[in-house]
Design a protein around this ligand. Sequence first.
Ligand code: ATP
Ligand code: MG
Length: 323
Amino acid sequence: METDFLPWTEKYRPKSLSEVMGQEETVKSLSAFVKAKNMPNMLFAGPPGIGKTTATLALAHDLYGKSLEGNLLELNASDERGINIVRGKIKDFARSVSMGEKVPFKLIFLDEADALTPDAQHALRRTMEMYSPVTRFILSCNYSSKIIEPVQSRCAVFRFLPLTDSQVHRMIKHVADKEGLDVDEGAEEAIAYVSQGDMRKAINALQGAAIHSKNITEEIIYKISSRARPKEIREMVDAAYGGNFLDSRKMLLDLSTQYGLSGSDIILQVYREVVNLEIPEKKKVALVDRIGEYDFRLVEGANEHIQVEALLAQIMLLGMERE
Ligand SMILES: Nc1ncnc2c1ncn2[C@@H]1O[C@H](COP(=O)(O)OP(=O)(O)OP(=O)(O)O)[C@@H](O)[C@H]1O
Ligand SMILES: [Mg+2]
């Protein structure tokens, strides 16, 4: 296959379970299922971009080898309108004869299963049972709490974890080597910071930056990711805490225009920097409490500029309070 025009997330998606990074316990179990050529229905839960779809495709690849086609049905619950279409497709697929005979069941991957309404999930549970002799289901979701109990109880649940910074570094180095890019240390750290364990985000940041230059720097990464440098956020908060409200307000304005940050982006970044601030623990607690309040106001639709400035004002008041 011509891979030059693929997004890098696809181009570098692990093909086999042995190439999947992290998720050690899950990968161990899945490999054992492949070996046994038997497995339960499964539910993969966890935040975006950490390997749920990847692990499913890798499992199918390892299980069926060349006869993958015809043995794997991929359905996206949020694309397919209504459970009836899903059921129809599952029925046709379960009835069709599979190519290879080595594995006695076919695999149905239902992505974004948490987008199914509870009614649709109830219907699904019947479908899962009806075809259980000849099919296995893998459901994928971001929030397992949105999957009804009866469906969860029919599945072995695997929780996927955000990837560690060092796993992200390893992947970025691999892709950079293959693509002939020079990623300096600051840029590596920046990619880990903006992606927060989401490998898709990390690879996309690298590909986005590579459009600008083969030498990837932290400036480019923060710019294209619409994130301020953590240091700049700290300086803004420090200014407010130290009583220089107008300075901090100016920094805020600069950050917003320079990086195109929204109010909630800024509040999130301030939140992430709380642990790194050089202020007493008690003040950190008070600050997190305020951040919670202002985050909530934004969700409720309050004016972003005013709220972020008001948060800075709160930080200044905190700084002025006596111990
Ligand atoms: N554990 C991993 N090991 C190696 N690469 C990974 C891993 N997780 C994600 N990736 C990379 O990120 C891309 C997206 O991952 P994937 O499609 O598996 O995410 P997902 O967990 O299914 O997310 P979503 O919840 O959004 O569907 C993959 O194409 C791959 O390049
Ligand atoms: Mg997915």
